[in-house]
Design a protein around this ligand. Structure first.
Ligand code: AMP
Length: 193
């Protein structure tokens, strides 16, 4: 099973991914987590990415695509994975398509979590409070920038995957359990399709 969770910052991608990991025995590949680990470890990629991330912009497609190519080649990905925060641009989605075609495989589904912008602001504020500001980009100013970037660069992926007949949308404004139920229902359909 190979899934993409698509949605704006704070839509609940990470929360739903964690649940799917447990349920289906697949791995969560969060490019944001990988970049934060690189920043914490002070690797060359981390040093390059930190400033870009702190201001809410996107790290370059080349860097991100290479990270995903390397990570998906690791043995624990053989059973499948959930892409959380990738792809974020059309160029990344095209690179992913090429990569999967070369590997002779394909995505199972692209799940869009639909959430209104105002709800995202309050969710991110809550996350910032609960995690004691652990993420440098969890503040209202950077969030506004991240939303702008989402609408300009990532939202076009909705129609990209719609055209390919792969998009499945769920209402991300419901409770965590309700959203999980919606995802389970559509994955059941994808499995029997
Ligand atoms: P996230 O944890 O997914 O919200 O990502 C945090 C930050 O990491 C983003 O605001 C970007 O700066 C960077 N990032 C994560 N994933 C990507 C990606 N696929 N492409 C470009 N930048 C990314």
């Amino acid at each position: 099973m190979k899934l993409i969770l698509l949605g704006p910052p704070g839509a609940g991608k990470g929360t739903q991914a964690e649940r799917l990991v447990k349920k289906h025995g697949i791995v969560q590949l969060s490019t944001g987590d990988m970049l934060r680990a690189a920043v914490a470890a002070g690797t060359p990629i981390g040093l390059q990415a930190k400033e870009v991330m702190d201001r809410g912009d996107l790290v370059s497609d080349d860097i991100i695509v290479k990270i995903i190519e390397d990570r998906t080649a690791e043995p624990d990905c053989a059973n499948g994975y959930i892409l959380d925060g990738f792809p974020r641009t059309i160029a990344q989605a095209e690179a992913l398509e090429d990569m999967l075609a070369k590997q002779g495989t394909a995505l199972t589904a692209v799940i869009e979590l639909r959430v209104d912008d105002e709800i995202l602001v309050s969710r991110i504020e809550t996350r910032a409070r609960e995690t004691g500001g652990a993420r440098a980009d969890d503040n209202v100013e950077t969030l506004r920038k991240r939303m702008e970037v989402y609408h300009a660069q990532t939202a076009p992926l909705v129609s990209f995957y719609e055209k390919r007949g792969m998009l499945r949308s769920v209402d991300g404004m419901k409770s965590i359990d309700d959203v999980a139920g919606q995802i389970d229902a559509l994955l059941g359909e994808a499995a029997t399709a």
